[in-house]
Ligand binder design. Structure first.
Ligand code: PLP
Length: 428
């Protein structure tokens, strides 16, 4: 790749060349998965007979929206599930996950998180910190969690021991979210599901699939998960979906979630697509490639910031199951500088300086860089982090890897200019 390094400090330019060279092997393996998943998605479109007429908008109730119904079936195929529910009316990933949980759980049931503390926004859905109006806890659903082992793998023995007759749902978070840990890959999800089902075949395995879609050749339902949920402004929307969320899994669980989205007696039969079907289909078609671009960008960032002396997770060579690249910056100033520099290298709102703020649903102030075409879309290059020790930036997305590389270099420059690189790091 011939790229413009002349504007950078020569030491940084050298590190960039080295980081690029060191990324090649991981990039090749990502290319393989992209090819596999592109064909998988294409075959799902062909098998379901996606047609030009599927893109016609529906209005009002949205009865008989053939495109919407076909989109559900295409998603079901891609996610290795019996059924799926893909809707603009699902406002976010948190909403999709809440539908999954409220669909499955009833008063007196227990929810067991088997991958430690769930993502911040789910704490209020579950009611972990307290009662919380409308939470599962208020409904009378008990909650317990099993932490991951020190090496980041699931604690299968503790999981088996914890599952009881009341454990209606086991909750698995695939991506690390705002935590410094390994993400839970598809093989590990398969092992968790096997352990759960052995302890209680009636326990439903629900997976928070956010940021994981199309990163590996298979999805959680292919290894036995009952229900997955996520956001369309992350991976599966391919950068084109302007809003929305999805669930995929067993038919009766999908029905239960659809009832929570609409109303008893209505379920999945309504919901005007308002002309969004085309973006949903086209976004899913592009998603394998776009996810690959984001992953290749993340691999480069991992190597570059590693060479600069920052702890990174995962490393450049580790296999991945989600988009998130964590970089431990060590101070509030470095975290803020990092996010502001990512923002200033964005195609949209590059002039905006993000500041930490108290986001709804989060425990600490969060700084978020998202100079995106779709508000808050994190399949586009974005970086964020809660203002708490050890001041880790979580970077994800990027519609093109070239953008991620360029923004990474600009961010390294900004940290260097502010004297925020680890001492003695440049030039090695
Ligand atoms: C983004 C995310 C969510 C919540 O998604 P929103 O669309 O922001 O509501 C849940 N879990 C994980 C792991 C996520 O990354």
């Amino acid at each position: 790749m011939n790229f413009q390094l002349a504007s950078f400090d020569p030491q940084l330019a050298n590190l960039a060349r080295k980081a690029l060279a060191d990324s090649r092997l991981a990039w090749e393996s990502i290319d393989e998965t992209v090819f596999h998943n592109q064909i998988r998605v294409l075959e799902a479109f062909r098998a379901e007979g996606v047609a030009d007429t599927d893109f016609f908008p529906s209005t009002g109730y949205g009865y008989g929206d053939r495109g919407r119904e076909r989109l559900d079936r295409v998603y079901a195929r891609v996610f290795g599930a019996e059924a799926a529910l893909v809707r603009a009316q699902i406002v976010s990933g948190t909403h999709a996950l809440a539908l999954a949980l409220f669909g499955v759980l009833r008063p007196g049931d227990e929810l067991l998180s088997v991958t430690g503390r769930p993502y911040d926004t789910l704490e209020k859905v579950i009611g972990i910190a307290g009662e919380g109006a409308g939470s599962l806890r208020e409904l009378g659903v008990a909650y317990r969690q099993i932490d991951l082992l020190a090496d980041g793998s699931p604690d299968l023995r503790a999981i088996s021991a914890a599952i009881g007759p009341r454990t209606r749902a086991a909750f698995i978070q695939r991506s690390k979210g705002y935590q410094w840990r390994k993400s839970v890959d598809i093989n590990s999800i398969g092992r968790i599901v096997a352990a759960v089902k052995a302890a209680n075949p009636e326990t439903v395995c629900v997976v928070d699939n956010c940021y994981g879609e199309l990163v590996e050749p298979r999805e959680p339902c292919a290894v036995g998960a009952d229900l997955v949920a996520g956001s369309l402004i992350k991976n599966p929307g391919g950068g084109l979906a302007p809003t929305g969320g999805y669930l995929a899994g067993r038919t009766e669980l999908m029905e239960a979630a659809a009832i929570k989205l609409t109303a008893p007696g209505i379920g999945p039969e309504v919901g005007a697509s308002l002309g969004l079907n085309r973006s949903f289909f086209q976004g899913l078609f592009l998603a394998p490639h776009v996810v690959g671009q984001a992953l290749q960008g993340a691999v480069f960032l991992a190597r570059l910031f590693d060479l600069l002396g920052f702890p990174v997770n995962p490393s450049c060579a580790e296999s991945r199951t989600d988009l998130i690249q964590a970089v431990k910056l060590g101070s509030p100033k470095a975290l803020i500088t990092f996010c502001q520099a990512i923002q200033s290298h964005s195609p949209v709102d590059a002039h905006v300086r993000p500041e930490p703020w108290d986001m709804p649903g989060y425990q600490n102030p969060v700084i978020m860089a998202a100079g995106t075409f779709i508000q808050g879309a994190s399949i586009e290059l974005s970086a964020d982090g809660p203002l708490r020790e050890p001041y880790t930036a979580y970077v994800q997305g990027g519609l093109t890897r070239e953008h991620v590389i360029w923004a990474g270099l600009g961010t390294a420059s900004a940290l260097a200019a502010a004297g925020l690189l680890p001492t003695g790091s440049t030039g090695h």
